[in-house]
Design a protein around this ligand. Structure first.
Ligand code: G6P
Length: 369
């Protein structure tokens, strides 16, 4: 056990630090300087994907959050309509499946009961085909899908998923680029997105160097009972993932909201006892996010902002802290800004003395309904 964990105290910490390697492995031989390579989805994949007119993504837990990020990407860059749904909902209702819709299952284990059942149910609903984004080649989800794109995270032991998530994002980014090109994305933009994705492992590596600063921030959370995470656009699912990590392993009640929804409810909870964690990428929504943060500040809330180094956020104006990270560009920034949130959850849990790798009541793979 200790040998496998090496220099790390927990599997979760080891797996957080494995992310640059795992993401590089997932991209390896699938993308080059000129873009996504042919035939990365298996036999007949490129022919089948050439017909896609829409995408339905189904998953659970952290894998569902990866799917939510992909919805923003695919709709933005490929202009294809995307639905994302948790598998336990999807399987028990009658979805509308327009012609030439692709069914995508995302699962680390490939054995999650609801995801597998949803995929089997999808056969009856008349999809163009099924694509599995999965980490285990011999799993049920992988075996039963028409097309597959394996994440190459290696075994993930910590119950709270980390490297599975970022490798899923890498795989979904490859899928996005593939369909975006086919749907006629502008060549210069395609080149830019390709370059960003190629830089992702290096950006993840840089983000991990912020661990000492995140440890300092974590100390502020030790005696907290609640936390609120905010993000906009593709960073809203990143906020959801950050809040899931915190609640799973530190048992602090955490919620995530799209920052624009603050006024519609959660603002009522904000006072000096409610830390607010915001994910702030650079981009057109930054000013809107800043005004949301102003609302928090005005109510005495403590703000922790994980901001892209290029985003101008005034650290002095927060009653908390701003941590600056090179987010590597608009496309990959959801993956990069996930890192400090994982580190925060991890170190808060360590300080609170919980069983980080085996949180109470949770299982690594939920193979029964
Ligand atoms: C469990 C795990 C989560 C995981 C989810 C989906 O809840 O604790 O970490 O995200 O299942 O698992 P899957 O293997 O389908 O990605």
């Amino acid at each position: 056990d200790a040998v496998e964990r090496g220099e790390y105290r927990h599997y979760m910490q080891k797996e957080i630090f494995e992310q640059p390697r795992a993401v590089a492995d997932t991209l390896e031989a699938r993308i080059g300087a000129s873009g996504v390579l042919p035939n990365i989805f298996g036999v007949g994949g490129d022919e089948l994907l050439a017909k896609v007119k829409g995408v339905h993504i189904v998953a659970c837990g952290t894998s569902y959050h990866a799917g939510m990020v992909a919805k923003y990407w695919i709709e933005d860059y490929a202009r294809l309509p995307v639905n994302v749904e948790v598998a336990s909902e999807y399987r028990y209702r009658e979805t509308v499946v327009p012609p030439d819709t692709l069914f995508v299952a995302i699962s680390q284990s490939g054995e999650t009961a609801d995801t597998l059942a949803a995929m089997r149910e999808s056969r009856r609903r008349g999809y163009l085909g099924t694509l599995a984004i999965c980490n285990v080649p011999e799993s049920s989800v992988t075996r039963e899908a028409d097309l597959k794109l394996m994440t190459r995270a290696g075994p993930e032991i910590g119950v709270a998923s980390t490297k599975a998530f970022t490798t899923q994002l890498a795989a979904l980014a490859l899928f996005t680029l593939h369909v975006a090109k086919q749907q006629g994305l502008d060549a210069a933009r395609y080149r830019d997105l390709t370059e960003q994705l190629l830089h992702l492992p290096r950006c993840l590596d840089e983000a991990l160097k912020l661990e000492p600063q995140v440890i300092e921030l974590a100390e502020r959370f030790v005696h907290r009972h609640h936390a609120l995470f905010l993000g906009r656009g593709a960073h809203y699912p990143v906020a959801l993932e950050g809040s899931l990590k915190l609640k799973e392993i530190s048992y602090i009640h955490a919620e995530a909201y799209p920052a624009g929804e603050l006024k519609h409810g959660p603002l009522a909870l904000v006072d000096e006892d409610m830390p607010v964690i915001a994910v702030a990428p650079n981009g057109p929504l930054l000013d809107k996010l800043k005004s949301n943060l102003q609302e928090v500040r005005a109510r005495g809330g403590e703000l922790i902002v994980f901001a892209d180094a290029k985003a101008h956020i005034d650290g002095n104006a927060t009653r908390g802290a701003v941590l600056r990270i090179d987010a590597g560009g608009d496309f990959i920034s959801p993956a990069v800004l996930t890192i400090p949130l994982q580190l925060l959850a991890y170190h808060v849990a360590v300080l609170r003395g919980t069983d980080v790798d085996q949180p109470r009541n949770l299982a690594k793979s939920v193979t029964v309904e």
